[in-house]
Write a protein that binds this ligand. Structure first.
Ligand code: GCW
Length: 641
């Protein structure tokens, strides 16, 4: 495949290897990947006459995916806890070599923090990708599984190189065509996809339709309490595992956004999940059960119902009732992947239930891979959010949180992610899921160096621009945790009242004096879903993190922020600043022209033009809206249309 972006962070290294490698060990897949990597990255085929020996071995380890790298003057040994661990060790070694770490002193032990490091693809059987901004599906075409084998293998390598070990191939919104992934019609093709990913240590997941017993099984109901329904799931599981013996499991979006589910049949979520869990258990499969449940047919006049409360209300009372192979998949925030929202109160609130933390790499609400947006910065903030006075969200990882999941940003575009720099987000996701203690800064720096080479000023400049990008995007978006001021359906660009009179439960309820929803115990009571410590933090305007003020509180536009600025003036200022920042980004990018391959440079330069147009649109629409509503002029006298 041509084009600079195709190899992503596995670019040929601009650095010299400094030795001639000799490779020792069983000639298995890890060995091949190591030889292939040394050649592709450094142009050095290992040879028997090499002067530095790389030994690949496995040695049983309680953490089978763990690996060590022990270097010395004569050679270096990569030891994996199993074959998979060895493969991770090989990728770990190759990336360290690209980053310029000397082999002789390498002394590393790595093991993943969570077992399940998962990508969800929202790919439809017809080849489209829901909320996809990087071209068509990598897995489906024309109603069937269809892929480019070379590409798929390269994709598997990219994912494995950052530690991703499970992928769901189809959209959580399962339609009649992709529902057939459970049948003999599609399973032979799925088995071939599994064969591509298996050597890379990546297991497949299938998103399944709750009504499969009806759609595929010809039953009258999908009621989980019905014996025939249980048998349907058992038979389906048996069939699927005949084709794909190492399937990681199923994924279900039920009772959500007009999809069927147990609640619609008068059953609880645990009843719905457990019947499938029992069918998967004999094969070692898990059921990922999404918690994204809310009333999506709300009357906007109804001020009692508060959408962010929904998931907790539905699931918290069920703690302890789920089978051991159920993983509740929880979006990081209680709304829906907005640029700023608090953490879901469900995270850490269920001590008896496996939880999966769901992020979104695809930039649905965060610029759709036209605008630059480093998701890792947001994830770091999410992980650094307290759950109690003694526990941060990151402390849950590896305990209650046994899976870290993200909606993929990839597609058939030549550079995988549409915006070349959005590759950083896929890279950072894998590495952060492997080790959540790594900082966004370190991950971004590594990504920049692996992708563009180790020129220090290039790496520095790119890293700081990326790290800033989330805050820049936030400046010109909906202010202070308000969210949702986007154009309906496609979710790109501003529309301050786009969702205001809709059924989706997303209201800011602006008047000429006030804006926001009071979610404290004096209002909708949402804050009460948190541990007392966190509740108190959000409950008071004084202690509530300022960036979340309008998520939790209803405030007058004259409200004074900590720096003395009024709320309305803050809105004006940040929106003017955001556009200025994007112009500055363009200058920065232009300053890197000489250091970036031309096709890569041009493609990003084009995206920046789109981002600038978007930022301007946000600035003018949002500022204009607030000016019209409040009548308060900008105290700096700038142009508000
Ligand atoms: O944010 C919403 C998206 C839908 C998506 C849904 C979900 C797959 O707009 O496109 O559907 O979230 O997460 O299920």
């Amino acid at each position: 495949m041509d084009g600079f972006g195709y190899r992503a962070w596995l670019q040929p290294s601009k650095a010299q290897l400094g030795f001639i490698p000799r490779l020792k060990g069983a000639k298995d897949f890890a060995w091949e990947e190591c030889a292939h990597g040394l050649e592709a990255l450094f142009g050095r085929k290992p040879t028997n006459r090499g002067d530095y020996t790389i030994t690949l071995e496995t040695s049983p380890d309680p953490a089978p995916e763990a690996y060590t790298l022990r270097g010395g003057p004569e050679g270096l040994t990569v030891t994996g806890g199993c074959e998979k661990g060895l493969l991770y060790g090989v990728y770990g070694l190759l990336s360290r070599l690209c980053l310029g770490e000397p082999v002789e002193t390498m002394n590393v032990r790595e093991k993943p923090a969570v077992r399940h490091r998962v990508l969800n693809h929202w790919d439809n059987a017809n080849g489209t990708v829901e909320r996809g901004y990087a071209g068509a599906s990598l897995f489906f075409k024309g109603g069937r599984i269809g892929y480019d084998l070379v590409r798929l293998k390269d994709y598997a390598r990219l994912l494995a190189s950052v530690g991703i070990n499970e992928i769901c191939v189809n959209n959580v919104n399962v339609y009649r065509d992709s529902a057939k992934l459970l049948t003999d019609e599609m399973l032979p093709d799925l088995a071939r996809v599994a064969e591509v990913f298996r050597p890379f240590g990546i297991r497949l997941i299938i998103a399944v339709h709750f009504d499969s017993p009806v759609i595929l099984g010809g039953l009258e109901t999908a009621d989980p309490a019905d014996g025939a329904v249980a048998r349907f799931w058992e038979e389906s599981a048996r069939r699927v595992y005949e084709y794909v013996p190492d399937l990681a499991g199923f994924l279900m979006k039920a009772d959500s956004e007009f999809r069927s589910g147990p609640a619609a049949l008068g059953r609880t979520q645990d009843e719905g999940a457990n019947v499938i869990a029992k069918a998967l258990a004999p094969f070692g499969g898990n059921i990922y059960w999404r918690c994204f449940i809310y009333n999506c047919a709300q009357d906007w006049r109804d001020t009692e119902t508060d959408r962010p409360k929904a998931a907790y209300n539905e699931f918290h009372p069920l703690d302890g009732k789920f089978d051991d192979n159920v993983i509740l998949q929880i979006k990081h925030g209680p709304s829906d992947f907005q640029v700023r929202e608090p953490n879901s109160p469900l995270l850490g609130a269920m001590t008896q239930t496996h939880q999966g933390l769901e992020f979104q790499i695809t930039q649905e609400y965060t610029g759709q891979q036209k605008d630059l947006y480093a998701t890792a910065v947001q994830w770091e903030e999410i992980l650094d959010t307290p759950v109690t006075d003694a526990c941060m969200t990151r402390d849950l990882v590896g305990h209650e949180v046994t899976a870290i999941v993200a909606v993929s940003n990839t597609g058939a575009d030549a550079n995988w992610t549409g915006h070349l720099l959005a590759q950083a987000n896929l890279y950072a996701f894998g590495r952060m899921a492997w080790n959540p203690a790594q900082t966004a800064e370190q991950l971004t720096r590594d990504w920049a160096a692996l992708t563009f080479g180790r020129d220090p000023s290039l790496v520095e400049t790119l890293t700081s621009m990326l790290l800033e990008s989330r805050h820049v995007y936030e400046k010109y978006n909906a202010p202070l945790g308000l969210g949702w001021m986007v154009n309906i359906s496609h979710h790109y660009g501003p529309s301050p009242e786009g969702y205001e009179y809709m059924k989706w439960g997303t209201y800011h309820r602006a008047t000429h004096t006030h804006i926001g929803v009071d979610r404290t115990t004096h209002g909708t009571g949402y804050t009460a879903q948190y541990h007392n410590y966190v509740r108190d933090l959000y409950e008071s305007k004084k202690t509530c993190p300022e960036k979340l003020l309008l998520f939790f509180h209803r405030l007058p536009y004259t409200y004074k922020l900590k720096n003395g600025q009024t709320l309305i003036q803050y809105i004006y200022d940040t929106h003017f600043e955001g556009v200025g920042d994007v112009k500055r980004f363009i200058k920065i990018w232009e300053s890197l022209n000489e250091k970036i391959p031309q096709d890569a440079y041009d493609s990003v330069r084009e995206k920046f033009d789109m981002q600038l147009a978007n930022a301007r649109e946000w600035r003018d629409v949002i500022n204009n809206y607030f000016y019209r509503v409040t009548g308060v002029p900008d105290d700096k006298g700038r142009k508000i249309y």
